[in-house]
Write a protein that binds this ligand. Structure first.
Ligand code: 5GP
Length: 217
């Protein structure tokens, strides 16, 4: 009598399906209030996991010293930005308290994920909510400051905003906390090494999820 095992069903059996690399990449959204340290943390994550692909956002903000077009952001005029919005070229976009616009180019994200790459977005909370509507199976991570006092201190230390702008950002940060339940994970950014380790652990665990490895039938 022939005993059929999962391995004897070469290429098509359940074991083969479960161990095969996933066809598509994951969308990982790192979000949270301004000043929480998203940028620094994401840079550390990319250093640890260089296989992650970072999406470069489009913005109407002028470049800061040392920032390059196409590296840190795609710097565009408001007219150019609005054209991208009209053409549905952005996966999401948001107007910041400063009146400046930020958005995620849609084609880059879709193509990279279709090719099996894991794509990282570092965006604000308004943007993350929009992405979740279009991409419910993404991984949504909310970065929290240790305390609101610490957030204020970090915004002041950056010295990129005036006192009024800092106050506005803190008010927005409090509102943004209401959206925490929409996220899958919360990570307190109290220590860069510890927080980056948590992000890495989340990504590694998500890659092992049965639902991601067995395509839904
Ligand atoms: P900054 O001007 O300091 O580089 O960024 C300001 C804020 O915009 C940060 O909170 C950053 O996460 C957010 N941001 C950057 N790119 C995007 C994007 O493509 N979409 C959205 N919604 N927010 C973004």
């Amino acid at each position: 009598m022939e005993i059929k095992t999962a391995t004897s069903q070469t290429g098509t059996g359940p074991l083969s399906r479960a161990t095969r690399s996933p066809q598509k990449g994951m969308l990982i959204v790192v979000s949270g209030p301004s000043g929480v340290g998203k940028g620094t943390l994401v840079q550390e994550l990319l250093r640890r996991r260089p296989e992650l692909v970072m999406s470069i956002s489009v913005t109407t903000r002028p470049p800061r010293a040392g920032e390059e077009d196409g590296v840190h952001y795609f710097f565009r005029t408001e007219d150019e930005f609005m054209l991208l919005v009209q053409n549905d070229d952005l996966l999401e976009y948001a107007q910041f308290v400063t009146g400046l616009y930020y958005g995620t180019p849609r084609a880059f994200v879709e193509e990279a994920i279709a090719q099996g790459q894991d794509v990282l977005l570092e965006i604000d909370v308004k943007g993350a909510i929009q992405v979740k509507e279009r991409w419910p199976h993404g991984v949504y991570i909310f970065l929290l400051p240790p305390t609101m006092e610490e957030l204020e201190a970090r915004l002041e230390k950056r010295q990129t905003e005036a006192a009024e702008a800092i106050r506005q950002r803190l008010t927005v940060a409090v509102d943004e906390l209401n959206f925490l339940p929409l996220y899958d994970y919360q990570v307190v950014n109290d220590d860069i090494t510890a927080a980056a380790g948590k992000l890495e652990a989340i990504i590694l665990a998500e890659r092992c999820r049965v639902k991601r490895r067995l395509p839904q039938r």
